[in-house]
Write a protein that binds this ligand. Structure first.
Ligand SMILES: [Zn+2]
Length: 357
């Protein structure tokens, strides 16, 4: 297996040889119709995980190698239960698509560049986001951490039946009789808890609806190392959170942007700006998918500290390739809402379809 250590152990003349040979290989092996399956190699049985399997003829349709597990006797291919199992898009298209996602293009732009329909791009986007979002949750923030919350509105994009409220009318219109006028909409907002540590690791999570409170912060307490020092505003909820978990702290007094020690919330403020820019560019993001978009922003933001933009697509491809996806495109529209919209909109008096059935 070629890895970084192996390449670094080569002598200058060996490196030159590899360099020349790679050029030839690149031309011969990476073509427009190169399939993602060429990057996959069966290492264990997808059914039982056993590494004892034998070759078992070829697939009549695709001509690809089939294997049979010696333990559970199931038959499989290199591509069975992998990220690319149900994707017919070529290798090059996937690489181009990931590049488009990294720079944040819209579905319409991706459709034009990749030659895949908008629905196809939508599905690819959600497969990609889903595969990348899992690894973040295992990490803890440490050292000096900036912490704050941002807010965004509930967005029911893509919602087809049982709307929990009336559709909003855009532009000039008379007030809707059925739609009670309510003051103060803060509980219609979604609270996005954000923290960035000194190593630029980012925590960016939907914490619920309404304003931030101790409970929201506390649900992410285990994502911070015990010895962390939090840089934050003088807010009651954060102060309680800091005391309860015995974190160090550095408060920024209200009316100032800097603490006495000279710390600011500039990284978080910049990150929140990038987030609003992303939402604007995507023409709004449905709340159902909001966390996926947030996760992808975190992944790319963290990678940008380490890698050049043009190298990020291959790196992300390598990250998703081992990640099996068991859902189909139909499931994307049915993933659960991260917040209870029926509870939020209950003042409008709509029946909750869950209680009817
Ligand atoms: Zn098996």
């Amino acid at each position: 297996m070629i890895n970084k250590d192996f390449l670094e152990s080569l002598s200058p003349v060996e490196i030159q040889m590899v360099h020349q040979y790679i050029g030839v290989l690149f031309k011969d092996r990476i073509k427009d119709d190169t399939s993602n399956f060429d990057n996959l190699k069966a290492e264990k049985c997808p059914c039982c995980g056993s590494r004892h399997f034998v070759r078992n003829g070829h697939d009549p349709k695709s001509g690809r190698q089939r294997y049979m597990c010696k333990q559970c006797h199931s038959s499989f291919k290199d591509s069975t239960n992998t990220f690319f199992s149900h994707s017919r898009v070529s290798y090059n298209t996937w690489i181009t698509f990931i590049g488009c996602e990294v720079v944040g293009l819209s579905l319409r732009q991706e459709e034009a560049i990749c030659g895949v329909s908008k629905t196809g791009c939508f599905n690819m986007r959600h497969r990609l986001y889903h595969a990348l979002s899992e690894y973040q949750d295992s990490r803890k923030l440490e050292g000096l951490c900036e912490i704050d919350c941002a807010y965004t509105s509930i967005n029911l994009k893509g919602w087809k039946r049982d709307m929990p409220r009336h559709s909003k009318k855009r532009g000039k219109h008379k007030p809707d009789k059925n739609h009670k006028q309510l003051r103060g909409i803060s509980h219609h907002k979604i609270c996005l808890l954000t923290a960035i540590d000194e190593n630029d690791h980012i925590l960016f999570k939907i914490a619920g609806t309404r304003e931030e409170d101790l409970k929201k912060y506390q649900s992410f307490a285990d994502r911070f190392c015990k010895k962390s020092t939090l840089i934050c505003d003088e807010k009651q909820s954060i102060a309680c959170f800091v005391r309860k978990n015995r974190f160090g702290y550095d408060y920024i007094p209200s009316g100032s942007f800097k603490s006495d020690k000279g710390n600011t919330l500039s990284s978080i403020n910049q990150f929140h700006q990038e987030f609003s820019e992303l939402i604007r560019r995507k023409h709004g993001v449905g709340t159902r998918h909001l966390q996926s978009y947030m996760d992808f922003l975190v992944v790319t933001k963290e990678l940008k500290y380490k890698l050049e933009l043009k190298k990020m697509n291959t790196r992300l491809y390598m990250d998703i390739i081992d990640h099996p996806i068991f859902w189909t495109s139909d499931d994307i529209c049915h993933i659960p809402m991260p917040v209870d919209v029926y509870e939020v909109y209950k003042e409008y008096g709509y029946a909750d379809p869950r209680s009817l059935s």
